[in-house]
Design a protein around this ligand. Structure first.
Ligand code: A2P
Length: 340
């Protein structure tokens, strides 16, 4: 059953989790892109009710989220964690609002489209009230794979991620700050957000381990990529690593294509692709880096070269701001695509 309610030109937009790292960025993106909202409702837990959040030259009052919060709402952007999304799904959909959910709660459900607008905006046609935003690592990878896949089928991808602490929310970013300071001051480190110390370290463990010895984060990159492309024949072999970076995930990709694609063709495809910026002049030390690309919108591609160890192989390196394209921006782009 697909959604029959028409979207008004000026929808009422709720942001659930508005005080969190992604929620605050959602508000910023709505404001920066001049989203034509009739009204914006920031929602969070009881702890934050009554707080004021800046919105352009104005301020918005944070309300406590309850099932009644969604009456009169047309679009609900959710980023308050998977259990909160599950708890509120029925209230949101029954109120007639479309839920755009940044959590992992519904991503693999058959009747829930998993959308990256540059890749599969057409999947928005069959939603039935809930649309999922993919995992941040998947989003940036599929945006970069799309222009190549349009030339020659992507048969296999070996990907290693270098993921920023922002993926764990505000608490995790603060843990990197505090641990770095404590480490330099010779103080004992407090470890709460990750399994191990993240300051001056890399942790090859994001989310829980599955029986097959891959992590859930790695599994997400496999199943989400095939769902987004609508193609079970794209094989993904991932390793996901947390690194001591505040914002922006980086990924190293080795791609095997079904037919030869020259470096010139690949460069031209990246240059023409929506949402991609080619930043690749290695002899001038030009390549994308997480420390320099925070608060940007595109997926940056660099270090493009042949992978001579396989047939039709290309290797490259990508960086994107996980909080923007990996979460808030992608959700707002979905909302824009729903406008009449
Ligand atoms: P609050 O700030 O009031 O705790 P992050 O991912 O950066 O940790 O942010 C999580 C977001 O989700 C915050 O805005 C947080 O609000 C919100 N949140 C967490 N649990 C709930 C809940 N049960 N009901 C409503 N909002 C919640």
């Amino acid at each position: 059953m697909s959604w029959s309610k028409a979207m008004p030109a000026n929808p009422v937009v709720a942001v659930a989790g508005a005080t969190g790292a992604v929620g605050q960025e959602m508000l910023k993106v709505l404001e920066q892109r001049k989203f034509p909202a009739k009204a914006i409702k920031p929602l969070a837990s009881k702890r934050s009710a009554g707080n004021r959040i800046p919105f352009g030259d104005d301020e918005l009052l944070v309300e406590e989220m309850t099932p009644e919060s969604f009456e009169g709402v047309d679009i609900a952007l959710f980023s308050a964690g998977a259990s909160v999304s599950k708890e509120y799904r029925e209230a949101v959909v029954n109120a007639g609002a479309v839920m755009i959910d940044n959590s992992s709660a519904f991503r693999v459900e058959k009747d829930v489209p998993l959308v990256v607008p540059e890749v599969n905006a057409h999947d928005l046609e069959w939603h039935s009230g809930v649309i999922s935003n993919p995992n941040c690592s998947t989003i940036q990878m599929v945006v970069a794979l799309k222009p190549l896949n349009d030339i020659a089928h992507v048969d296999r991808v070996v990907v290693s991620t270098y993921q920023a602490t922002s993926g764990g929310g505000m608490k995790a970013m603060n843990e990197l700050y505090h641990q770095t300071r404590d480490y330099l001051d010779g103080n004992e480190l407090t470890i709460e957000a990750f399994q191990h110390q993240i300051a001056f370290n890399c942790i090859p463990h994001i989310d829980v381990f599955h029986e097959d010895l891959y992590t859930k984060e790695e599994w997400k990159m496999v199943v989400e990529t095939t769902k987004i492309f609508g193609d079970d024949n794209i094989k993904v072999a991932p390793t996901c690593v947390r690194v001591p970076v505040l914002r922006c995930h980086a990924e190293s990709l080795n791609v095997e294509l079904a037919a030869p694609v020259s470096l010139e063709q690949a460069r031209a495809a990246f240059e023409a692709a929506e949402g991609v910026t080619l930043m690749d002049d290695p002899f001038d030390n030009v390549y994308p880096m997480p420390g320099l690309l925070a608060h940007t919108d595109d997926v940056y591609v660099g270090r493009l070269r042949e992978d001579p160890t396989v047939e039709n192989g290309l290797a490259f390196w990508i960086v994107a701001d996980q909080i923007r394209k990996g979460a808030a921006l992608n959700a707002v782009q979905i909302a824009e695509a729903l406008l009449p």
